[in-house]
Design a protein. Structure first.
Length: 108
């Protein structure tokens, strides 16, 4: 859940440069956990290192990835409780259900 929140938070201010300390405070997590989240989002292509090597900025490495995050943000804003429940549900089913929620349909 914290990783999704970090992604959406950085997306909400794409010009901002985010430090681990600021993100940790905003997400109510430890700096260690925030550093791990930022490193993962960087590795996965959602963030770039900005200015200093300890600052990150939202900049997906492809238009496809940016569009996917935009769709997730829209869905999350409209369906916060169901998505949160899905993330916290049983591990065997939650990943499949979450993935199915974002399948592209021919009629869209």
């Amino acid at each position: 859940m914290a990783q999704l929140e970090a992604l959406l938070m950085t997306r909400s201010a794409p010009q901002a440069e985010w430090s681990v300390a600021v993100l940790a405070k905003r997400l109510y997590v430890s700096e260690k956990q925030a550093a791990d989240l930022m490193a993962r989002l960087f590795t996965d292509g959602f963030l770039i290192k900005a200015g200093s090597s300890s600052l990150y900025q939202y900049q997906p490495n492809s238009d496809e990835l940016r569009q996917l995050v935009d769709r997730v943000a829209e869905s999350y804003s409209k369906h916060l409780v169901p998505i949160t429940n899905l993330i916290h549900s049983k591990p065997q089913t939650r990943v499949r259900e979450f993935a199915d929620a974002f399948k592209l349909r021919r009629d869209e």
